[in-house]
Unconditional design. Structure first.
Length: 218
């Protein structure tokens, strides 16, 4: 990571690759694990639920998901071949669980049938969504009636101050705007929770970081 310039860091955060990507993946899990766990908690998983995650990264959080309820069926989509390789090792260690990992391109569409999942969640990926309306619409399509979406991200004002947050890679959306999109698409009972945590940024520096979790229901 020390040899990367800030543009490289921005692009690695979007789609990790190579040795630098492996190092970044370790840092990302260390940095984001609390955010991931808070997001999963908000889903209130029940046994036999079908769960979709967009952007699973190294997938080191999967044991936490399967500890939440029995017989969960997990599906994840990811754009980074390197993250697929790292996640496959986690999948092997959880061979008793139902896990399906899929490598995709940009999510103009999800490779699933209508009403396939009880829940969908995504952590720290919304910055890379050029068209959130399309993403949220696709998620709505694959959710079962009564299913939920949970989205977490670093608060906009803090995220914009990060030196690696290059405008040609990152898209910053205000929470109120995201809530409006979700509501217009048809999600109901949209709630938000705000947290402040002590963690590390993507350059390994200690930071006090605010983040948001949004949840809505179909």
């Amino acid at each position: 990571m020390s040899m990367l310039d800030l543009n490289d860091v921005a692009n690695q955060l979007r789609c990790p690759s190579g040795q630098a990507g492996e190092e970044l993946a370790e840092m990302m899990f260390k940095s984001n694990s609390n955010m991931i766990y808070k997001t999963v908690d908000r889903l209130q998983l029940d046994q036999k639920d079908a769960v979709l995650e967009i952007g699973f990264g190294s997938a080191k959080h999967l044991p936490y998901i399967f500890s939440a309820a029995k017989n969960i069926r997990y599906h994840g989509v990811e754009i980074s071949p390197l993250m697929m390789e790292m996640a496959a090792k986690v999948k092997e260690s959880l061979e008793q669980e139902q896990i399906e990992l899929t490598l995709t391109g940009e999510l103009n569409s999800l490779p699933y049938s209508d009403k396939a999942f009880n829940h969908c969640f995504s952590v720290n990926t919304v910055y890379f969504w050029s068209d959130p309306v399309k993403y949220f619409t696709e998620i709505y399509r694959v959710l079962k009636p009564g299913g939920s979406i949970a989205l977490s991200y670093i608060r906009e004002d803090f995220a914009q101050e990060q030196p690696f947050a290059k405008e040609d890679v990152f898209h910053f959306y205000r929470t109120e705007w995201l809530i409006r999109i979700l509501t217009n698409i048809g999600y109901s009972h949209v709630e938000r929770w705000q947290y402040i945590e002590n963690t590390f940024d993507k350059l390994g520096n200690k930071v006090i970081r605010p983040f948001v979790v949004l949840k809505g229901k179909k």
